[in-house]
Ligand binder design. Structure first.
Ligand code: AG3
Length: 287
């Protein structure tokens, strides 16, 4: 097929990619899993029609969901990933000197398919003895878990189907209860321009629990609208209080290397006007 495209539609907006090869498509118990090879972005994972990760741009999203939260904590021991089946978050977490990293993914098939067709995303992460991978619903895991985590990273799909609960008030309360008293949560919170309502709801809900909030942003070319957001909530550490030099010092001390992350361009300034409009419930561009 010479003219084969994959299109992701989000409400009134679409983005499409020319396909070189269709690799895999099947329904798991939870969702439709599709893998294609695109001309520009290499192999791409698509769940229920939504692009999750590609070989070429995955590092931006993964670095931004992992490093700010883990660096903000001065000495994280245990981290928890909810979702993250492709293993990219796990691989980036393993660069930090954590003792244990739990990854709780609901869909075993996503892990299997990614290990087969997108092995570079996880690298050797699944073989690391510090990685504990559980096939379970993240919500249920948090209801039963006893030992607390310094950092919880929510690498979910969009809030549809099972993932909807991972954006609820009850879920954030569970996250709060499973964090140490100086704990930090970070969650993906959608497309800045196309999922403003989602971002506002994550922000409002997390602000009710966590005194320190920062909205991170990163350009992920294969996500709808490109500018993606992550929202960080912290019990005591204030991300705005760390100087760029301190962020860099911590990164160096932990021996991290980056392809995207840098301390100068990681979150919105508190009074960024477009963001303020979205958080008030309006549209960022108004004529
Ligand atoms: N997690 C999903 C990000 C949201 C993508 N949404 C979309 N394309 N509509 C990515 C998993 C990467 N580990």
């Amino acid at each position: 097929m010479d003219d084969d495209w994959l299109e992701e539609i989000l409400d009134n907006y679409g983005q499409k990619y020319k396909i070189k090869r269709r690799i895999y498509k099947a329904r798991s118990r939870f969702q439709e899993i599709e893998v294609v090879e695109t001309l520009d972005w290499g192999v791409m994972l698509v769940l229920d029609g939504a692009v999750q990760t590609t070989e070429k741009d995955q590092f931006v999203y993964h670095e931004m969901l992992v490093h700010p939260a883990l660096l903000l904590h001065p000495s994280p021991q245990r981290a928890l990933i909810i979702g993250g089946g492709d293993g990219g978050i796990l691989r980036h977490c393993l660069q930090h000197p954590l003792k244990e990293i739990y990854m709780v993914e609901i869909d075993e098939e996503v892990i299997r398919v990614c290990r087969e067709y997108l092995p570079s995303v996880a690298g050797n992460a699944f073989e690391d003895p510090r990685a504990k991978v559980l096939i379970q619903d993240g919500f249920t895991f948090l209801q039963k878990n006893k030992e607390k985590f310094e950092v919880i990273i929510v690498d979910s799909t969009d809030p549809v189907g099972k993932a909807k609960r991972l954006f609820s008030r009850q879920f954030y309360q569970l996250v709060y209860d499973n964090l140490t008293e100086d704990g930090i949560i970070v969650t993906q919170s959608g497309s800045l321009f196309y999922q403003g309502k989602l971002l506002k709801s994550v922000y409002d809900r997390l602000s009710q629990l966590f005194p320190n909030i920062a909205i991170l942003m990163a350009p992920v070319p294969t996500y709808p609208g490109v500018i993606w957001t992550m929202t960080l909530g912290s019990k005591i550490y204030d991300p705005y209080q760390l100087s760029p030099n301190e962020w860099l010092r911590r990164a160096q001390e932990r021996g991290l290397s980056f392809r995207y992350w840098n301390p100068y361009f990681q979150f919105f300034l508190k009074d960024f006007p477009l963001l303020k409009r979205i958080l008030k419930g309006g549209k960022p561009f108004v004529i």
